[in-house]
Design a protein around this ligand. Structure first.
Ligand SMILES: Nc1ncnc2c1ncn2[C@@H]1O[C@H](COP(=O)(O)OP(=O)(O)OP(=O)(O)O)[C@@H](O)[C@H]1O
Length: 556
C-alpha cells in the first residue's frame, strides 16, 4: 500500500515520514518525561514547560502527518476511480462484454472501497509505528541490554507471524473471487426482482443455490482471513505479556537492574501496547486491500493492453459527414458454449448511401443485432473490412467512426441528463420534439435534465428517440425501437418520423419485426443463421399506401 501511495507522490510520503518521526520521538520523549517526573530526577520548574512543548509537538506533527497522508490517499483513490472509469470507456466493447458488468462493478466498488479503507488507516498506522520506534529509542537509552532482548522478541514475533501469512492471504484471495460471484447474484436479484417475486419456488431456489451459497462462501473465506489475523493479534499480545513479565520478574533475578529502569520499561511498554495492537489489528485490512490492489492493477493492465491509440481527427468535419459506407466480406463469430458450436455472421457485403431507409429483418438469433454492432463499430470484423468514405475503419479511427452513429439499442440505457448536448441553443427544438413524441405533458427538460425518467418503457424509448434526434448524426440505427409502442405511435414512427429523418438526408437502419411497414423501406435485408438470404425493395413506390402482401410474405 505504502509503495502504491509512494508512486503517487514520494514528496508527500517524505513529509509524512518526517512528521511521523517527529511525532514518534516526541511521544517517546513525553513518556520519558513522565517517567522522569515520577522518579523525581529532573528540575521540577522546567517540567511543565517541557511537558507542554512536547505535547504540542506530538499533536502538531501527528496532525501534519495525518493531514498529508489523508490528502494523498484521498487523491490516490480518486485518481484510481477516474483512471479505471476512463480505461473502461476506451476499452473495446467485446472485451468489456466478456468481463461482464458484475465483475466491473465489483472492481469499482469492493476493490476501490477496500483500497480506500486501507488508505484511511495508513496514517494511523504510520503514526503508531513512529511512536513504537520512538519508544524503542528511549528504551535503548534506558538499557541497551534489555532493548536488545526486546528487539529480539519483536523480531521473533514478526517472523513467527509471517509463518501464518499464506493462510490469510489465500483466504482473502478466495473471498475476493467469491465476491465476483456474489456480485453477479446481487445483479440478478436487483434486475430480476419482479420475476423472483412472482414465483416463490424460483426465488427460494435462487436464494438457496445462488445468493445464499455465494454469500456463505464469501463469509467463510472472509472469516478465515479475519480469524488468521485475530490469531496473529493474540500471539502478539501474548508476547507483550511475556516481555512485561520477563522485565518485572525474570530480568531482575538474572541481572542486577536499576529499579528506575524496570519502572521505565514497564511504563513505556504499557504505553507501547496500544500502538502495537493498532498495528497488528490493521493487518487484516491491509491484506484485503493488497488483494484488491492486485485485482485493480490486473484490470488496469488488461484494459491498458486492450485500449488502443486513438488518432485525433485532422479535420473534425470528416467525423460526422457520411458519404458512403461499405462492408466488404465482414464476419464475426460467437462461440456457443452450451451447444459447443459457433455462430458466424457473414461474410457480409453491404453498401449504404445517405438518405437511405434500410430494414434489417429475420428471425430471433439470425444475427441482426450482431450485424448492427459490426456496422457501428462496437464489434470489429474478424475478416473483411468496413470502409467509411473509402477509408478503412481500424483501431486508429474506430472511435471517430463510432461518432457517426446515433443508436437506440433494444436494451437501451436512458441517462437522466442530456450529457454532451448544448441545451441553451436546443431549447426550442427540445420542446418541439417533446410535442411530436407526445411527451410534453409528461416530461420537461430543466437545465439539460429530464424532469423524470420514471416512465413506461414505451415512453422511455420515445425519450431515447429525442436524445437521438438531438445527436443529429448522419446514420441512425434503431434496434426494435417500435416493439414497445402502441399501434398509433408505431404508425407515426414508421410513416412520419422515419421518412422525416430520411428527408433530412439521414441513413437509417431499422431492425424490425413489423412486417406491415416493410414496404416503406428503400431496401429490406433478410438474415437467416447469420447469412443474407434476401435483399430487395419490397414494394414499388406506386403501391406504398397499401402493403404488398407478396412482399410482406417474402420478408416475414
Ligand atoms: N455476447 C454474446 N456471446 C455469445 N453469443 C452471442 C452473444 N451475442 C449474440 N450471440 C449469439 O449470436 C447469435 C445472433 O444474436 P443476435 O443478437 O445478433 O440475434 P438477433 O437477430 O438480433 O436476435 P433477436 O431478434 O432475438 O434480437 C445468437 O445465436 C446468439 O446466441
Amino acid at each position: 500500500m505504502l509503495v502504491f501511495l509512494c508512486r503517487s507522490s514520494w514528496l508527500t510520503i517524505v513529509g509524512v515520514l518526517f512528521a511521523g518521526i517527529i511525532s514518534g520521538l516526541s511521544s517517546a520523549a513525553l513518556v520519558a518525561l513522565i517517567n522522569a517526573t515520577l522518579s523525581n530526577t529532573l528540575d521540577t520548574r522546567i517540567l511543565p514547560w517541557l511537558f507542554g512543548g512536547l505535547a504540542i509537538a506530538v499533536l502538531s506533527s501527528g496532525f501534519l502527518s495525518h493531514y498529508l497522508l489523508n490528502r494523498l490517499s484521498a487523491k490516490t483513490v480518486y485518481d484510481l476511480r477516474v483512471q479505471i472509469s476512463r480505461l473502461i470507456l476506451v476499452a473495446p466493447y467485446p472485451y468489456l462484454q466478456k468481463l461482464g458488468k458484475s465483475a466491473l462493478l465489483a472492481h469499482l466498488t469492493e476493490d476501490i472501497t477496500a483500497i480506500a479503507n486501507a488508505s484511511q488507516l495508513l496514517p494511523v498506522v504510520c503514526i503508531n509505528f513512529a511512536v513504537v520506534a520512538g519508544c524503542m529509542v528511549y528504551l535503548s537509552w534506558l538499557s541497551w541490554h534489555l532493548a536488545l532482548v526486546l528487539g529480539g522478541v519483536i523480531l521473533f514475533g514478526v517472523l513467527s507471524s509471517n509463518l501464518f501469512r499464506e493462510w490469510p492471504k489465500s483466504a482473502a484471495l478466495k473471498a475476493r473471487e467469491e465476491y465476483d460471484v456474489l456480485s453477479s447474484g446481487f445483479r440478478a436479484l436487483t434486475e430480476g426482482i419482479r420475476e423472483l417475486k412472482v414465483h416463490r419456488q424460483r426465488s427460494d431456489a435462487f436464494m438457496a443455490q445462488s445468493l445464499t451459497a455465494s454469500a456463505e462462501a464469501y463469509r467463510r473465506y472472509s472469516f478465515r482471513n479475519a480469524l488468521a489475523f485475530l490469531l496473529v493479534n493474540q500471539w502478539a499480545q501474548f508476547l507483550y505479556y511475556v516481555v512485561i513479565g520477563a522485565i518485572l520478574y525474570v530480568f531482575p533475578v538474572w541481572q542486577t537492574i536499576d529499579q528506575s529502569v524496570i519502572r521505565g520499561y514497564a511504563l513505556v511498554f504499557l504505553f507501547m501496547m496500544s500502538p502495537l495492537t493498532i498495528i497488528t489489528n490493521s493487518l487484516g485490512v491491509f491484506s484485503r486491500a493488497n488483494v484488491s490492489l492486485q485485482k485493480v492493477r490486473q484490470l488496469g493492465d488488461q484494459l491498458k493492453r486492450q485500449a488502443v491509440e486513438v488518432d485525433a481527427p485532422d479535420n473534425p468535419e470528416i467525423r460526422t459527414t457520411l458519404f458512403e459506407l461499405s462492408l466488404q466480406g465482414v464476419t464475426h463469430s460467437f462461440h456457443r458454449e452450451k451447444e459447443n458450436r459457433n455462430f458466424t455472421l457473414g461474410p457480409i457485403d453491404l453498401d449504404f448511401k445517405p438518405g437511405e431507409l434500410v430494414f434489417l429483418v429475420g428471425g430471433n438469433g439470425s444475427g441482426k443485432t450482431t450485424l448492427a454492432m459490426l456496422l457501428i463499430g462496437l464489434y470489429s470484423p474478424e475478416r473483411g473490412g468496413i470502409r467509411w468514405n473509402g477509408e478503412i475503419v481500424d483501431e486508429r479511427n474506430r472511435d471517430d467512426y463510432l461518432q457517426n452513429f446515433s443508436v437506440i439499442f433494444s436494451d437501451f440505457y436512458l441517462f437522466d441528463e442530456l450529457y454532451g448536448c448544448d441545451n441553451d441553443s436546443n431549447h426550442l427544438i427540445i420542446s418541439d420534439y417533446l410535442q411530436r413524441l407526445h411527451l410534453h405533458h409528461k416530461v420537461r427538460v430543466d437545465n439539460g435534465r429530464f424532469s423524470s425518467v420514471d416512465l413506461s418503457q414505451g415512453q422511455r424509448k420515445r425519450l431515447a428517440l429525442l436524445v437521438a434526434y438531438l445527436e443529429d448524426r448522419p446514420f441512425y440505427v434503431f434496434d426494435e425501437w417500435a416493439a414497445d409502442q402502441d399501434p398509433e405511435f408505431k404508425h407515426l414512427f414508421y410513416t412520419e418520423l422515419l421518412p422525416s429523418l430520411k428527408a433530412r438526408g439521414k441513413t437509417i437502419l431499422v431492425i424490425s419485426h413489423d412486417d406491415r411497414y416493410f414496404y416503406l423501406a428503400d431496401r429490406c435485408i433478410k438474415l437467416e443463421e447469420g447469412q443474407i438470404v434476401a435483399m430487395n425493395k419490397p414494394v414499388p413506390a406506386s403501391r406504398q399506401t397499401q402493403p404488398d402482401e407478396d412482399a410482406v410474405q417474402a420478408y416475414s
